[in-house]
Design a binder for this molecule. Structure first.
Ligand SMILES: *Cc1c(COP(=O)(O)O)cnc(C)c1O
Length: 345
């Protein structure tokens, strides 16, 4: 038996994309890096292409190559990490568009694929990827002669609307690109929600498509149901799991479900998260093991076949709060042992 069933609602992904698309007048692209945040880039991107998305972003050329296989010719596939050494064949043969991040990448690109399209990523303060403003001003004129398709930059604090960094990055981006007649893109999901001055020509939502904060009006996308392996009765003072961290204070019924931290269910969620059966919330009993979790089903009054960890009752962001992390990490941690089922398309 697998570790459970991960149901991915592609209808909800498309609805979230459309909802973000209607917020702006810019083109809405889709960020499907890291296998679409763990949910399956081919299925997600094909659904989004049907919904109207024409431009996709991935982290590196390998992801771009796999995505091209899934999408076929037509949609634009942009690569955040640009043109790295060893990428030339993939970029050329599979029609990927690198977002060039440095003078070094620019030289590599023009020497190996002189007439192949590219974009430029500028650093406006995050200090992660992209050309610094000084570097950009030095190469700008040469670069512009080669007609970049797109100029992008990325916001460091977009999920904090009142953070002064947003306005500062916006000002830098405008000041180093305002005189250009080239499409520009600054906003991720959080950036779309900051206000219309962040729209430019294209937006790049990722997490919002998958139902995550800061797009709090999003439809939830992921449901995770985990099978029950066995159930048992405990007397008062009996304990459950490693380290005896749960002790029964009443006659207790425990269900053991077949998933654990090796499936991306972080140990840190044990104190706060619930498992649901027929909408009834049942607390986790004891520590989360590698492949198993004990659940206190005493108040349920019956033995369930499986229990739900993610869904309408408890979202990716709820689990992230329990674990002291972000929804992005919960999603991308969901392991490969689940049976994946796609619905809504
Ligand atoms: C991941 C990423 C995005 C998407 O960000 P979300 O917060 O998931 O919407 C957009 N642009 C860049 C450069 C990224 O790395």
């Amino acid at each position: 038996m697998s570790s459970g069933r991960l149901t991915i609602d592609l209808g909800a992904v498309c609805a979230n994309w459309r909802a973000l698309d209607t917020v702006t007048r810019a083109e809405t692209a889709a960020v499907v890096k890291a296998d679409a945040y763990g949910l399956g880039a081919s299925r997600v991107a094909r659904a989004l292409a049907t919904a109207g998305a024409r431009t996709f972003f991935v982290a590196n050329a390998e992801e771009g190559a796999a995505l091209r296989q899934a999408l076929g010719p037509g949609p634009t596939i942009n690569v955040f990490s640009g043109h790295m050494s060893g990428d030339t064949d993939m970029i050329g043969d599979l029609d990927l568009v690198p977002m060039l991040n440095s003078l070094e990448q620019m030289i590599r690109h023009v020497e190996s694929l002189p007439s192949h399209p590219f974009g430029v990523q500028l650093d406006t303060g995050m200090n992660r990827l992209g050309m610094e403003p000084q570097e950009w001003s030095a190469v700008r004129e040469i670069m512009l002669q080669m007609s970049p398709r797109l100029i992008i930059s990325h916001l460091a604090c977009a999920d904090e609307p009142n953070h002064i960094m947003n306005q500062e990055q916006l000002n830098v981006f405008k000041s180093i690109t305002s005189d250009l007649n080239i499409p520009r893109s600054l906003a991720n999901t959080g950036g779309i929600l900051l206000g219309r001055q962040y729209d430019f020509d294209m937006t790049r939502p990722g997490i919002g498509l998958y139902g995550g904060h800061p797009f709090d009006e999003a439809q939830y996308v992921v449901t995770l149901d985990i099978p029950v392996v066995q159930c048992r009765d405990l007397e008062v003072d009996e304990t459950v799991g490693y380290g005896n961290s749960f002790t029964a204070t009443r006659p207790t019924r425990i269900a053991t479900i077949s998933a654990g931290y090796a499936d991306g269910i972080m140990r840190a969620i044990a104190a706060g998260a619930m498992l649901f059966a027929d909408g009834v919330a049942c607390p986790i009993a004891g520590r989360i093991s590698m492949d198993l979790i004990g659940v206190d089903i005493t108040d349920l009054g019956e033995d369930p076949k499986d229990m739900r960890l993610l869904g309408a009752e408890q979202t990716v962001d709820d689990l992230a709060d329990d674990a002291g992390t972000i929804g992005y990490e919960i999603l991308t941690s969901l392991g490969s042992r689940y049976a994946r089922r796609y619905i809504g398309i």
